[in-house]
Write a protein that binds this ligand. Structure first.
Ligand SMILES: [Zn+2]
Length: 428
């Protein structure tokens, strides 16, 4: 054991397999007529059904976003620990992996003060296996057509590691080709015994199960956060039942991604904040202008504005909230300034520096750090693995080196140990 544990307070260890499985579920529900579109009561599927171009685009984006994570959750954990071990010998790395729920990104948005729409009137139609398989083949073929040329050019440049990754992806595509299992998966059994009540999709549950296995196997090395999207039927009730945190449930916090289309002040969210406040469960929410999907013009970008959480912070002063990414991808630093103000005015507002991939981006942060003593007690280190690879600017060693260039060893200890430990409320 080293001097102390270091924490990656914001990373993701989901895999491409998770992403492909989730999109397959999405296609199923579209064909089934039960996907809650913009207007869940409209029976039409619109242009989506004709070409599924949005789903093709989604898979390509997910591939780009997480192509470095082609293996298993455990391989990702070990990779992160090995890289941190090189950068900070002899310290060991513990991680806070955040789940993500992308299933509802094409669904109706949940605006400020709005309630969840009832989707009971959506008429389910039996899914024809052949039609499902044909459509899924078309979508997967599109992804493999997208990847094949990369395989060729990588072979030409003799890059064995990257070539291997591409080959692995092509293999995963073939493993996920059959749709029959989705049609028959109505009787899914989750490894979490008491969470049978929420709406379960393939990818979300696959990743959740893998995380729970890993938490048991690698005790103390990871502290996963469960992704909550209020539009997933039953998920909030399951959360309130405590089963993600007690018994077999081994989550440590909640991850929110309003950018997927729900406003932080939409009606059902208050129950989440109250529960987390009462039970001392920390929340991390995506608070960068960029992210996924990778477009600054994404229609729900503004839902992630830190200002939307100010009433929550005021109402629940004991609730620990990490305003992730310190409002990154914002040239005006307006979001970052809001977060720093909230840090200064409130005792339980935190932030993290995940996905800061260059010293140019870290420099203005260092100034905020130097000028704001309270920020020094709340800011945390994070990598955003493996989303940070998406920027194509860094590998892990470069990422760590940038932080070592900007922050002193003592400051790094605060960012990587003291503040995450306080945020998580763990004894370490
Ligand atoms: Zn992230």
């Amino acid at each position: 054991m080293g001097n102390y544990y270091r924490y990656d307070a914001h990373c993701h260890i989901f895999t491409l397999k998770y992403a492909i499985k989730e999109v397959k579920s999405l296609l199923h529900d579209i064909l089934h007529g039960t996907y809650p579109w913009d207007d869940p009561n409209a029976k039409k599927l619109g242009s989506f059904k004709r070409s599924f171009s949005d789903l093709k685009e989604l898979l390509r984006q997910l591939y780009e976003l997480i192509h470095a994570a082609g293996g298993t959750e455990e391989e990702n954990l070990e990779f992160l620990q090995k890289e941190a071990g090189t950068a900070f010998t002899p310290d060991e790395l513990h991680i806070i992996p955040l789940m993500m729920d992308i299933f509802y990104m094409f669904a109706y948005p949940l605006n400020k003060d709005e309630e969840i729409l009832s989707v009971k009137r959506l008429k389910a139609t039996p899914v024809d296996e052949k039609e499902f398989q044909d459509n899924w083949n078309e979508i997967l073929d599109d992804l493999s057509d997208y990847i094949q040329p990369q395989k060729k050019s990588l072979k030409a440049t003799r890059n064995p590691n990257e070539t291997k990754k591409v080959e692995r992806t092509l293999k995963i595509i073939e493993e996920e080709r059959a749709v029959k299992n989705i049609i028959e998966s109505k009787n899914r059994k989750l490894k979490l015994t008491s969470t049978q009540d929420f709406y379960q999709t393939e990818g979300y549950c696959y990743h959740l199960d893998n995380l729970m296995d890993l938490v048991k196997k690698r005790k103390g090395e990871l502290y996963p956060f469960i992704a909550i999207d209020p539009r997933r039927p039953g998920i909030i009730d399951t959360l309130l039942s405590g089963s993600f945190f007690n018994g077999d449930g081994l989550f440590y916090g909640v991850k929110l991604y309003p950018r997927m289309g729900f406003h932080p002040q939409s009606k059902p969210m208050d129950k989440v904040y109250k529960y987390c406040n009462d039970n001392q469960i920390p929340i991390t929410f995506h608070c960068g202008k960029g992210g996924f999907p990778p477009s600054a013009e994404w229609k729900y970008s503004e839902f992630g504005n830190p200002i939307n959480f100010e009433p929550v912070v005021k109402k629940y002063p004991n609730l620990k909230i990490d305003f992730a990414h310190l409002g990154s991808s914002d040239p005006s630093h307006e979001w970052a300034k809001t977060i720093v103000r909230l840090v200064n005015e409130n005792e339980n507002v935190y932030s993290d520096l995940s996905c800061y991939t260059s010293t140019d981006e870290l420099m203005p942060v260092k100034k905020l750090w130097d000028d704001n003593p309270k920020l020094k007690t709340r800011l945390m280190f994070g990598t955003d693995f493996d989303v940070m690879y998406f920027t194509d600017k860094v590998n892990m060693q470069l990422y760590y080196n940038n932080f070592k260039t900007i922050f002193t060893p003592d400051e790094l200890k605060i960012l990587m140990h003291d503040n995450p430990v306080n945020f998580m409320g763990i004894n370490d």
